[in-house]
Write a protein that binds this ligand. Structure first.
Ligand SMILES: C[S@@+](CC[C@H](N)C(=O)[O-])C[C@H]1O[C@@H](n2cnc3c(N)ncnc32)[C@H](O)[C@@H]1O
Length: 231
């Protein structure tokens, strides 16, 4: 069966990063006990680890299918806010000679608030656990690099594809990365992300294509694939 190999700490991160994997019971407990106990205890100890690995795999297979047309072997990919990186595992497994640079945050907020985070304080990741998850799922060290958004100098090379699912402009403003994307993209770079304001990006890019509408999220976001970032 196709599943990701996860341990409890990694399954915990996955459930925080993908609230839909929590299920109704956990969501009820979250309401009952509040965000602190949910973020630190319930979402870690009240989960079925193997089920999380299985469901996360299915979810990432679907994400992979949605963006597949933009992927091919030999690409240099930048992934912003990838979570533990399940989608990127599938991309690396399916595309030879591809390289992924991850930019993520390296802490878990004490009381996670989902929604628009004006100051970009919310984070739910551990870069060590992310590295372990990639290793445990047989991803070769030389095919990826992980950068800490708060601590590291970000990579300065050009990327073919930039991906940010339910992170950039879904939880925090696109402006945070705009200048950086200008430095690392070419005329051919495709930038894929989720937003509730696709029309706003017609001023920012010369080409904006809606590739998916998510009716399940509270905000009914759209996934867009954009090209030609204006200066
Ligand atoms: C809702 S999760 C989505 C994770 C993953 N993309 C997915 O689809 O499963 C949002 C992620 O963005 C990360 N994040 C928050 N601020 C960030 C920033 N400034 N740069 C990169 N990642 C960030 C969080 O730590 C978290 O892992």
């Amino acid at each position: 069966m196709e599943v990701f190999r996860v341990n409890r700490n990694i399954a915990h991160l996955i459930v925080l990063q993908r609230i839909e994997l929590a299920g109704l019971f956990l969501k009820k407990l979250r309401k009952l006990f509040g965000r602190y106990i949910y973020s630190n205890f319930i979402s870690k100890y009240f989960i079925n680890i193997n089920k999380v690995g299985e469901k996360y795999y299915k979810l990432m297979q679907n994400e992979h299918r949605i963006i597949q047309n933009y992927l091919k072997p030999g690409q240099n990919i930048l992934s912003v806010g990838a979570g533990v990186g399940g989608l990127e595992i599938l991309i690396l497994q399916n595309n030879l000679n591809t390289k992924v640079s991850f930019v993520e945050k390296n802490y878990i907020s004490k009381k996670i608030v989902y929604g628009w985070d004006k100051n970009n304080n919310e984070a739910y990741n551990s870069l060590n656990l992310m590295d372990k998850f990639l290793f445990d799922n047989n991803i070769k060290k030389e095919t990826f690099q992980i950068f800490d958004f708060d601590e590291d100098e970000l990579p300065k090379e050009k990327f073919d594809v930039i991906i940010s699912l339910y992170s950039l402009d879904f939880h925090y403003d696109f402006e945070l990365y705009r200048k950086y994307f200008q430095q690392v993209s070419t005329q051919e770079t495709v930038i894929i992300f989720d937003t509730i304001r696709p029309e706003y990006f017609e001023k920012i890019f010369k080409e904006v294509k809606i590739i998916q509408t998510d009716k399940n999220t509270v905000h009914k976001s759209k996934r867009i694939a954009c090209k030609y970032l204006r200066s």
